[in-house]
Design a binder for this molecule. Structure first.
Ligand SMILES: *[C@@H]1O[C@H](CO)[C@@H](O)[C@H](O)[C@H]1NC(C)=O
Ligand SMILES: *[C@@H]1O[C@H](CO)[C@@H](O)[C@H](O)[C@H]1NC(C)=O
Ligand SMILES: *[C@@H]1O[C@H](CO)[C@@H](O)[C@H](O)[C@H]1NC(C)=O
Ligand SMILES: *[C@@H]1O[C@H](CO)[C@@H](O)[C@H](O)[C@H]1NC(C)=O
Ligand SMILES: *[C@@H]1O[C@H](CO)[C@@H](O)[C@H](O)[C@H]1NC(C)=O
Ligand SMILES: *[C@@H]1O[C@H](CO)[C@@H](O)[C@H](O)[C@H]1NC(C)=O
Ligand SMILES: *[C@@H]1O[C@H](CO)[C@@H](O)[C@H](O)[C@H]1NC(C)=O
Ligand SMILES: CC(=O)N[C@H]1CO[C@H](CO)[C@@H](O)[C@@H]1O
Length: 900
């Protein structure tokens, strides 16, 4: 038994032989050139390989100068390096006839098909980069048959699935194994631990079946970079990690890890980056919110516990620490404050207690410090800004006492300070207001004092200092201030007569201060103001008629002042959802437009005000108020003022909620000033958010439509360096429909990849606005080619020939097939039409515009996951207004969820 090979075994043997048989005879340089030409032809002569041309050059090794080709001194091809080109199709089997090949780099093309076993024939291969393509299937289990010289293997950002085979643990010289951002849904082998030369292991962003980290991973004695973010890891971090003595970067964030961090990790002499944070959405929301796609809702609940040991102070190389959204308890040990390289500290959202190390900032160039949402007491470290590089101090929701650190007095680099909801006292260092980059100041709910300068730093956009003891005058110059909440302080003086200097304000709340004199007519310059609350002050004079012309005002509260005169009829034009003029000394008749039961309580406690209609709780015109009426008015007043205050509070709380939660890190409301966040769906992006933002100019605008504008941005000379950027409605609330479309677009395109589906490269967002960055499609949409209307308007007079039409149809069909059958969960586009089929420079078809697409979680329930439930809390949008909706809150949560 077992002695005679079965037929399948023979076939397998033959197949294996054919892959591994040495080539009968090596190719001559001339044959190598012919091979290149065959390859070019196989790839359908992409324009980027134009230089691969046999132009009868007398030199037999002329091809050594072709684009992307390098030869050895004997004239044999050693390198094919053609990343970022528009190369389509599988890898040709003849590639490894070039037996001297040591480097193959096809990064970021549209290579499709399975992992080609013909690559095993490249017996000298050292470097293989197939990242950022459309390869599918599994990594073959005999992958160990690939060249034993292989040092670098990257398959990142493809569509590989299944297991990572144990055979990969038998690549004797491998130093870099880059397998992140695929669809591996099986296991990764403990055998990886055998790779003693391994320096870089990237397995992040793969939907592996939940697994613990193998103890064997502790054997990597040369490992420097371990990246396993969102890889479905469970259980504890193995103790063996203490042996990873070469480790520089450890990122196990957004997994389901539990237990303490092994003590030995704190002793790793070379550790620079330690990221063990969790997905902050976990636990905070559940599948019911908006019923958006929360399929992965239970991913990323790292619940690391235990304390942070004193030994932490031995990580002398540590520069960046992110262990937020866990359950660490106990104190932050003083030794951390002594670390010489530490620049970024993020401890937020844990259960830390005790006082902060007093030496923080004095021994390193600290620029980011975030300990918010813990239970820390004591003072902020005095020397936080001693290194002269501090940009961000975030310590809200703790139990901090004492003064703000003196070092903030001359902290010119400061841009973001959020210390709200503590028990801080004393004067805010006045020098803080000369930090030219200061954009965000959130200090509400403390007992801080001091004054504000007349002119605030130019960039400041959010200044929230409610519930403190600030005094002095209201600043009149803050060109970019959008939110100013100074409620419940001791500000006095008058409202600046010239408000031009703060004309971008969207929210102004000065409630509960001691501001006197009149409301200036220049209030009309506040074209973007949506919330104006001046209640509980000592304002006198008349309500300026200009108040009636504020285009986006939603809440106006002037109650409990000493305003006199008549209510300007123009106020009725505002159609304010919230209006409170109660408890003043207004007189005359309430304007007809305001005599609505909606405003029944808006005018109470103005004894001289009257209304001919009885719907308002004011005196009827012509009738003197009398005793009984007085009592009832007083009675109603109490009830109703309470009610109004409540309504106002609800609205304002929503605003604050949005600001607090969505913008908790580096908040900004406006567009221009906002810090933008770039989320890349591809690893090696070579542009920054700034680069894109700068290019959003009119010259680059190529289309403008209902959902926003589209720009063409040239980042470099090659085809792949042009991107299309869709800007979704800036400075204006996304309505629920657009929001849904945005969700769908990012959610779906961010996760699927196919040669016939447009590539979403990145998503750039600040709180309010979103930019989607796609690959640019030179030939625009199919409808432009099919309809005469467009053909005449552009130079595209050429009619599409039938073979091109056929290939477009096949391409689109392949994309759809992929969405329907290969995606898990399947995706339905629901809006397939010629304007949503884009054509690249070679007329390859790509399906675009996934705004109406849906993921099918359970077959037959197309809307089970991606429907936003209603528009509760919705407030009608105005131009440039701050976005005050619960919807938006959801959007923000979701954005996090989908890494955008
Ligand atoms: C090159 O490779 C192909 C495919 O593996 C093979 O059919 C062909 O015979 C090879 N050519 C030469 C000249 O060795
Ligand atoms: C994560 O852990 C929790 C409990 O610790 C468990 O209920 C949940 O199923 C885990 N999720 C995954 C994806 O393993
Ligand atoms: C989950 O949803 C339920 C029902 O809608 C809600 O009452 C509960 O507060 C939610 N839990 C969290 C953690 O959001
Ligand atoms: C926080 O830590 C304390 C011990 O310091 C513990 O009693 C409490 O349960 C922890 N809270 C949470 C939410 O983990
Ligand atoms: C804050 O600290 C004080 C003592 O300084 C303590 O009495 C109080 O309970 C603490 N509050 C919280 C929320 O921990
Ligand atoms: C302000 O920010 C800009 C841009 O980030 C930076 O170049 C500049 O150095 C900063 N200025 C100070 C004083 O930190
Ligand atoms: C109002 O202030 C602005 C600067 O903030 C200034 O340019 C303008 O001239 C002032 N207008 C008046 C009427 O003083
Ligand atoms: C280093 C190496 O493998 N060189 C080979 C290059 O190709 C020629 C011809 O195929 C071989 O003779 C060399 O050994």
């Amino acid at each position: 038994m077992g002695k005679t090979p079965t037929i399948p075994a023979i076939i397998l043997f033959t197949v294996t032989i054919s892959y591994l048989s040495p080539k009968a005879s090596p190719l001559t340089p001339e044959q190598e050139k012919q091979t290149l030409l065959q390859i070019k032809n196989f790839w359908r002569n992409p324009t980027s390989l134009q230089s691969w041309e046999d132009n009868n050059n007398s030199s037999t090794i002329a091809h050594c100068n072709w684009f992307g080709i390098t030869c050895s001194s004997h004239g044999f091809i050693t390198n094919i390096s053609v990343p970022n080109q528009n190369i389509y199709g599988p890898i040709p089997d003849s590639l490894c006839n070039l037996t001297n090949l040591t480097h193959i780099n096809l990064y970021n093309n549209s290579i499709s098909g399975q992992f080609p076993k013909s690559l095993y024939n490249c017996s000298n291969l050292e470097y293989l980069n197939l990242g950022q393509n459309y390869l599918v299937g599994t990594i073959p289990s005999d992958i160990n048959r690939i060249s034993s010289s292989l040092v670098y293997l990257s398959l990142e950002a493809n569509n590989f699935s299944g297991d990572i085979p144990p055979g990969i643990g038998q690549l004797p010289n491998i130093q870099s194994l880059i397998l992140d951002n695929n669809l591996f849904n099986g296991s990764f082998p403990a055998e990886l631990g055998q790779l003693s030369s391994l320096q870089t292991l990237w397995l992040a962003y793969n939907p592996f079946t939940p697994a613990t980290i193998p103890q064997e991973f502790g054997k990597f004695k040369n490992l420097r970079f371990l990246w396993m973010t969102q890889a479905n890891l469970i259980g504890n971090i193995p103790d063996s990690f203490s042996n990873l003595s070469a480790l520089q970067q450890l990122d196990l964030s957004i997994n389901n890890l539990t237990g303490p961090i092994p003590a030995g990790i704190w002793m790793l002499p070379n550790l620079e980056y330690l990221y063990l944070y969790a997905n902050h959405l976990s636990g905070e929301i559940n599948g019911t919110i908006g019923a958006l796609n929360f399929v992965n809702i239970d991913i990323g609940i790292n619940k690391l516990t235990g304390t942070i040991p004193e030994d932490f102070g031995k990580l002398n190389s540590l520069t960046s620490l992110g262990i937020y959204f866990n359950k660490f308890s106990g104190e932050i040990p003083p030794s951390i404050g002594l670390l010489p390289s530490l620049t970024s500290v993020r401890f937020f959202d844990n259960n830390l207690t005790g006082v902060l190390p007093s030496e923080f900032g004095k021994h390193s160039k600290l620029w980011e410090f975030d300990v918010s949402n813990n239970r820390i007491s004591g003072e902020l470290p005095a020397g936080l800004c001693a290194g002269g590089t501090l940009t961000s101090v975030v310590a809200f929701n703790n139990n901090l006492t004492g003064r703000l650190p003196d070092s903030l007095d001359h902290c010119v680099t400061l841009d973001n300070i959020q210390v709200y909801n503590n028990r801080l006292t004393g004067d805010v260092p006045s020098g803080m207001w000369s930090a030219m980059n200061l954009t965000t100041v959130m200090m509400y709910d403390n007992q801080l004092s001091g004054t504000l300068p007349e002119k605030l730093p130019w960039h400041i956009s959010i200044l929230m200092i409610a519930n403190n003891r600030f005094s002095g005058k209201i600043p009149s110059r803050a060109e970019n201030l959008l939110v100013f909440d100074a409620s419940y302080n001791q500000f006095s003086g008058e409202i600046p007569a010239n408000l031009t200097g703060i004309s971008r304000l969207q929210i102004l709340s000065l409630q509960g201060n001691r501001i006197s004199r009149g409301i200036p007519g220049s209030i009309s310059v506040l074209r973007n103001i949506s919330i104006l609350n001046l209640s509980y002050n000592q304002l006198s004079g008349e309500i300026p008629v200009e108040l009636g012309s504020l285009p986006v005002l939603k809440l106006l509260d002037l109650s409990a002042n000493q305003l006199t005169g008549e209510i300007p009829p123009a106020m009725a034009e505002l159609k304010l959802p919230v209006l409170n003029l109660s408890s003043n000394q207004l007189s005359g008749e309430v304007p007809a437009g305001l005599q609505k039961s909606f405003y029944d309580d808006s005018f109470i406690a103005n004894p001289d005000l009257c209304s001919p209609s009885t719907v308002l709780n004011v005196r009827e015109c012509g009738r003197k108020s009398n005793g009984p009426n007085h009592t009832s008015v007083a009675h109603i007043l109490l009830l109703v003022l309470g009610g109004l205050a409540l309504l106002g509070t609800v609205l304002f709380t929503i605003v604050l909620l949005v600001i607090r939660d969505s913008k908790r890190r580096r908040i900004v409301v406006g567009l221009d000033l906002a810090p933008w966040k770039l989320t890349s769906f591809f690893q090696s992006l070579d542009f920054t958010a700034e680069r894109i933002l700068k290019a959003l100019t009119d010259e680059n605008l190529i289309a403008s439509g209902g959902s926003g504008q589209v720009y063409k941005i040239v980042l470099g000379n090659r085809a792949r360096e042009i991107v299309a950027v869709k800007k979704i409605r800036n400075g204006r609330k996304l309505d629920s429909r657009r929001e849904k479309e945005f969700q769908a677009e990012v959610q779906i395109l961010g996760t699927i990849r196919h040669a016939n589906i447009v590539k979403l490269i990145a998503c750039i967002s600040n709180g309010d606005s979103k930019l989607l960055v796609y690959e640019y499609m030179h030939n625009k949409s199919l409808d432009r080619w099919l309809h005469a209307r467009y053909r005449s308007e552009s130079n595209e007079n050429v009619r599409l020939d039938w073979s091109t039409r056929l290939s477009i149809a096949i391409g689109a069909a392949k994309g759809l097939r992929y969405m329907h059958y290969d995606c898990k969960p399947p995706v339905v586009h629901r809006d397939v039409k010629s304007s949503n089929i884009l054509l690249d420079d070679e007329f390859g078809a790509k399906i675009a515009d996934f705004g109406l697409a849906r993921m099918l979680v359970n077959a037959g329930e197309p809307e089970s996951v991606s429907t936003v439930a209603g528009t509760f809390g919705y407030m009608a949008p105005g131009e440039d207004e701050i976005h005050v909706t619960v919807n938006f809150l959801i959007l923000n949560f979701t954005r996090q969820l989908i890494r955008c």
